[in-house]
Write a protein that binds this ligand. Structure first.
Ligand SMILES: [Zn+2]
Length: 198
């Protein structure tokens, strides 16, 4: 099955195609009319892991409008967010709930506008909030690197997982209270988007 339209690679000036392909986060892209033009492999892996297939593929096919697959109030919020990043040319974060039967989950979605060809690349990251009493030590277990530092992307402010260094999660506690051993770095997507072409 095709995961992207032929012209997608030409539209993608700001981010390397390989960076999206290798990213373990679920990523997709839409054109200026909000029609789907790309899905990375991790998008389908996520759908399979969450028993979303084959419905996800059937409902979100290439060329179809992303808004047609969204219902209720979210649809309006989503349309506004996409319009905003396309008109301002500035990236934007959106938090949303995507719970499965077994688990309550929040995700952070970051929208990167493609400026030259008009379109939006959408990256989904897990939002990590802990209800545990000892939040700091619980988070450290997952985010403290061997170097003794917690790495946060200075642009999108996602935190690098210490368990899988390719994963970058949205950890609100690290935004509200910055740990002393926080090290600012740059995630692969933001590296491409903000620095590669300078
Ligand atoms: Zn980043």
């Amino acid at each position: 099955m095709n995961r992207y339209l032929e012209n997608f690679k030409n539209k993608l000036v700001e981010i390397d195609f390989e960076t999206l392909e290798e990213d373990p986060h679920s990523i997709y892209a839409v054109d200026e009319n909000f029609n789907l033009i790309y899905f990375n492999e991790a998008y389908f892996q996520f759908a399979r892991d969450n028993d979303g297939e084959p419905q996800i593929t059937n409902n979100h096919s290439l060329g179809s409008n992303i808004l047609s697959a969204i219902k209720g109030d979210i649809k309006k919020i989503y349309a506004q967010a996409l319009t905003e990043v396309l008109t301002t040319g500035k990236s934007k974060n959106l938090s949303y709930e995507c719970s499965s039967i077994k688990k309550y989950r929040l995700f952070m979605q970051r929208l990167y506008p493609l400026k030259k060809a008009k379109g939006v690349v959408i990256i989904n990251s897990l939002q990590v909030e802990s209800e545990l009493k000892n939040v700091a030590s619980h988070l450290e277990k997952n985010y403290l690197q061997e170097t003794g530092f917690i790495n946060q992307c200075s642009n999108c402010r996602r935190t690098q997982s210490a368990i899988d260094i390719n994963k970058w999660d949205w950890v609100p506690s690290y935004i509200s209270t910055m740990p002393k051993n926080m090290s600012h770095t740059i995630c692969p997507i933001c590296f491409d988007y903000y620095w590669k072409n300078i």
